[in-house]
Design a protein around this ligand. Structure first.
Ligand code: ADP
Ligand code: MG
Length: 316
């Protein structure tokens, strides 16, 4: 009977959700995806990236601290609001256990200041989690994270999305045995923001996660995400150690220089076949997977479904 009740509840939720998807706006009070700004209480900042800022909030309509914890993403500058709208449109169509869950939006003040409400993942991103939990995270766990990222990416690709910002800072940790892909901010917005391609001295500049065709022709394929996955795998295998972060490793090799010069040297090194070396503690078998992600031509790269097979067998 519990199952029947559960099904009834799911059906109810569905019926509430469907009108939003089909474009009919249901009455404000009954729309579970519409969060009221006045009930959204900021607790602390969770993080920020190039465009956005994410805060931990309690959504507390009863005003008695019994509300739920949610992660709320807004933009640093308001003129990017169409990008956040696009991100919302992407994330609300994605349903997979390795993709962060959309909860709703907060869209008062005439839509100028739209916010994305997501589930809150208490352990933050892999970039914060792994250095802190190095001693209690065995290598096998790292391979499990890699497998889960591939599963999320395989699903994303099946929905014809290209992530374009796959990196450890954008993989969120639910608990020690579950990670999810987050940050769909670049999924469609890269063309509008040409500055994002400019190399800066910024440590997190995503050019070090980009495949040659992205750097040279600004073309992004599903296989370009595979390249970035290889770089993410590199980060994971080093427990996101700052000293061996991809920007550090590349800059050590090509030397520090200004702006476009760095870009030119990076492209040159990649075209000559230079790749990040195997991290000390990384098994050959795992490095072999990175290497397959870093084939020069996108058509020669491994795909996510073969990577899933590889990691599954490495884990068994
Ligand atoms: P940006 O587009 O600015 O890079 P992200 O969506 O990547 O923004 O979020 C920035 C940071 O905020 C992440 O790297 C992570 O540390 C934190 N964060 C984002 N979403 C969540 C969440 N749902 N739960 C917990 N922390 C999050
Ligand atoms: Mg990010």
């Amino acid at each position: 009977r519990a199952i029947v009740r559960e099904l009834g509840r799911i059906k109810e939720q569905r019926e509430q959700e469907l009108p939003i998807i089909s474009g009919e706006i249901p009455p404000q009070e009954t729309d579970p995806a519409d969060f009221k700004r006045r009930f959204l209480k900021k607790i602390r900042k969770l993080g920020e990236g190039n465009f956005g800022m994410v805060e931990l909030c309690m959504y507390d309509p009863n005003g008695d601290q019994t509300g739920e914890l949610v992660a709320v993403k807004s933009l640093k500058t308001e003129n990017e609001s169409s990008n956040l709208r696009r991100e919302i449109n992407t994330i609300r169509n994605l349903f997979h256990e390795n993709i962060v869950k959309y909860k709703g939006i907060c869209n008062e003040e005439g839509g100028m200041n739209i916010k994305l409400i997501m589930e809150y993942l208490p352990a933050g991103s892999l970039k914060e989690y792994l250095p802190r939990n190095k001693s209690n995270t065995e290598q096998k766990r790292l391979l499990l994270y890699a497998l889960q990222i591939c599963q999320g990416m395989e699903y994303l690709g099946s929905q014809n999305y290209i992530h374009r910002d796959l990196a450890a800072r954008n993989i969120l940790v639910e608990n020690e045995s579950l990670v999810k892909i987050g940050d769909f901010g670049l999924t469609k917005s890269i063309k509008e923001d040409k500055d994002y391609y400019k190399v800066t001295e910024e440590q997190d500049s995503p050019v070090y996660w980009y495949a040659p065709e992205c750097l040279i022709n600004r073309k992004f394929y599903k296989a370009s995400d595979v390249w970035s996955f290889g770089v993410t795998l590199y980060e994971i295998m080093t427990y996101c150690d700052r000293e061996s972060s991809p920007p550090q490793v590349f800059l050590k090799m090509i030397g520090r220089s200004q702006g476009q010069m760095t870009m030119a040297r990076l492209v040159d090194a990649l075209e000559k076949g230079w790749r990040m070396p195997r991290p000390d503690s990384c098994p050959e078998m795992v490095y072999a997977q990175m290497d397959k992600c870093w084939s020069q031509a996108p058509e020669n790269r491994v795909d996510f479904s073969s990577l899933i097979e590889e990691f599954t067998s490495l884990l068994s």
